[in-house]
Design a protein around this ligand. Structure first.
Ligand SMILES: CC(C)(COP(=O)(O)OP(=O)(O)OC[C@H]1O[C@@H](n2cnc3c(N)ncnc32)[C@H](O)[C@@H]1OP(=O)(O)O)[C@@H](O)C(=O)NCCC(=O)NCCS
Length: 261
């Protein structure tokens, strides 16, 4: 998995405190960090205090792991939670300049592509793919074997079940009051995707909506109501147009087509 060029091998080094781990140049490792053997860290990687990284992980140039959240005095969700250190499972792939915050837990064999951000209090289940430039905001749960594609925005307090698919540039929302009124703080609510549900490119999902099991949201839709299980919804506002064909249900899917058989 960690295919290295001859040039990489010539410039990488081992460190006695981390047996079997290869380090690129200018790598900064904090206090009490654990790293499993077979892991390769590229150039300019920063791993903050307490983080744990599994075996055979590939971490590309410029990645930051365990970053402390930034808090503006005006942040909508100011919180003083004591965050656990970042935890990265085995065989994980992390692309160039991805940022993974303290309080994030990344399961085995997850791929996090270049420039993605995974915020604090986020859990990602095994074998899921977080695409290039995806923003996963705080307090989000993503299940196993999900695909979140390039540029998607997963707003805070959302929950994505196993085997879900989120197409490029999909936007989740959580504040129906769009940044005004004190009232809004009581009503923040992320999006819930139930197991096997799918959302087409560039759709927008309004706060608190539930996308039912195996449902499909058509590209470009605006979801203003909960989507029933196994329904296809389309348009703005999204309306049910028909049911998902049986051969597209998760129960019919093979591993290559997004299932688990
Ligand atoms: C839901 C979906 C599968 C429907 O596709 P379809 O059944 O092949 O639909 P059709 O092409 O037969 O179109 C049926 C009608 O709906 C319209 N239509 C199709 N998709 C539409 C959409 N996303 N929004 C609005 N109208 C749409 C068509 O123009 C057509 O209208 P008409 O009857 O007046 O000509 C498709 O719209 C979709 O969203 N696919 C997902 C694409 C995607 O995001 N992939 C992600 C990975 S890149």
């Amino acid at each position: 998995m960690n295919a290295l060029t001859r040039q990489d091998c010539m410039t990488m080094t081992f460190r006695s405190e981390y047996p079997g781990v290869l380090f690129g140049r200018y790598v900064v490792i904090g206090e009490d960090v654990t790293i499993g053997p077979g892991t390769v860290l590229g150039n300019n990687v920063v791993v903050h205090d307490g983080s744990s990284i599994g075996c055979n992980v590939r971490i590309d140039d410029g990645v930051v792991i365990g970053k402390e959240p930034l808090r503006s005095r005006l942040s909508a969700m100011a919180s003083d939670v004591d965050l656990e250190p970042a935890s990265i499972g085995d065989e994980v792939l992390i692309g160039t300049h991805a940022v993974i915050y303290r309080g994030a837990t990344v399961g085995n064999s997850v791929l996090i592509a270049d420039l993605a951000t995974v915020r604090e209090q986020v859990t990602i289940g095994e074998m899921s793919i977080i695409g290039r430039g995806v923003a996963v905001e705080n307090m989000v749960t993503i299940g196993r074997r999900c695909k979140i594609e390039t540029g998607a925005y997963i707003t805070a307090m959302s929950s994505i079940g196993d085997f879900c698919f989120v197409a490029p540039e999909v936007t989740f929302t959580n504040d129906n009051y769009v940044g005004r009124t004190e009232e809004r703080f009581k009503h923040f609510k992320g999006v819930t995707m139930q197991v096997g549900s799918r959302i087409g490119a560039n759709a927008t999902v309004l706060p608190g909506m539930v996308i039912g099991e195996d449902a499909l949201v058509a590209a470009g839709s605006i979801v203003t109501k909960d989507v029933p299980s196994r329904a296809i919804v389309m348009g703005s506002p999204a309306r049910v147009i028909r049911q998902v064909p049986a051969d597209q249900l998760l129960s019919a899917a093979t591993p290559r087509s997004g299932g688990s058989q």
